[in-house]
Design a protein around this ligand. Structure first.
Ligand SMILES: O=C1O[C@H](COP(=O)(O)O)[C@@H](O)[C@H](O)[C@H]1O
Length: 232
């Protein structure tokens, strides 16, 4: 059984997004005030779009904020499946247009071939990350740590910043930040919407088998605070 830490429940996605955007913005600004720069790691998928839009309108020193992704599908950055495209269209706009974004995809034809360059490009990114926003799939994956992928163990154990993965139950080769990279952060938020995600989350708390549900690698650790934000 994994002991739950902070779980915040909201009646609507809009109420959640409002509060989470406020928290993230104030933590980023505090980081800028304390250290001159801040770093934010965001996830892709369908859940965070409205959050991105709210965040993009916050009045903080965006030119001192560095943003990257928790994972990326190895597709063209214009592709509808690209997480970078989502970030460019929904987050790097309004006031946040001044943020410094570093994507994970590069010119190599596969994630395996491009992984070293992606790790290298993140090597001088401000760390520990100030804020990491994770999502979770209905199979218990987070980032691109898929239960089905042969590279899961590598993603959960390597000291490298990122790893190429090839999920068999989801489309596209991918690049993902490693567990060590994700946990080297000051605050992690897990952003969940809907009853199905709640039920998957509750199931994840039942035991600590990370191979079955990789989100457990985040939920079971106590090194980095994890606040779960869930809305109906
Ligand atoms: O494949 C992915 O899925 C998860 C969850 O996505 P959602 O559509 O259910 O919000 C996401 O967190 C991850 O970044 C993405 O690449």
């Amino acid at each position: 059984m994994i002991k739950e830490t902070v779980f915040k429940s909201f009646d609507t996605p809009a109420a959640l997004e409002q509060q989470l955007a406020n928290k993230i913005a104030s933590q980023l600004q505090e980081a800028v005030d304390a250290r001159g720069k801040a770093s934010l790691v965001v996830s892709g998928g369908s859940t965070p779009l409205k959050l991105f839009e709210l965040l993009s309108m916050k009045s903080i020193d965006w030119s001192d904020v560095y943003i990257t992704l928790a994972d990326e599908r190895w597709v063209d950055v214009e592709d509808s499946a690209s997480n970078e495209r989502l970030v460019r269209e929904h987050l790097l706009q309004n006031r946040a247009a001044n943020a410094k974004f570093r994507g994970l995809k590069n010119m190599f034809s596969t994630a395996e071939a491009g992984a070293d360059m992606t790790c290298e490009s993140l090597s001088n990114f401000p760390r520990p990350f100030d804020v990491v926003v994770l999502g979770m799939g209905n199979d218990g994956h987070t980032c691109s740590w898929f239960p089905c992928s042969a590279e899961l163990n590598d993603a959960l154990t390597t000291q490298a910043l990122c790893v190429a993965t090839n999920p068999t139950t989801a489309p596209h080769g991918r690049i993902t930040l490693s567990k060590n990279a994700i946990l080297n952060s000051r605050q992690i938020y897990l952003h969940l919407v809907g009853e199905q995600k709640l039920s998957v989350y509750r199931q994840a708390l039942e035991n600590d088998d990370v191979n079955a549900m990789p989100i457990r690698a985040v939920l079971a650790q106590r090194k980095t605070p994890v606040d779960v934000f869930w809305s109906a």
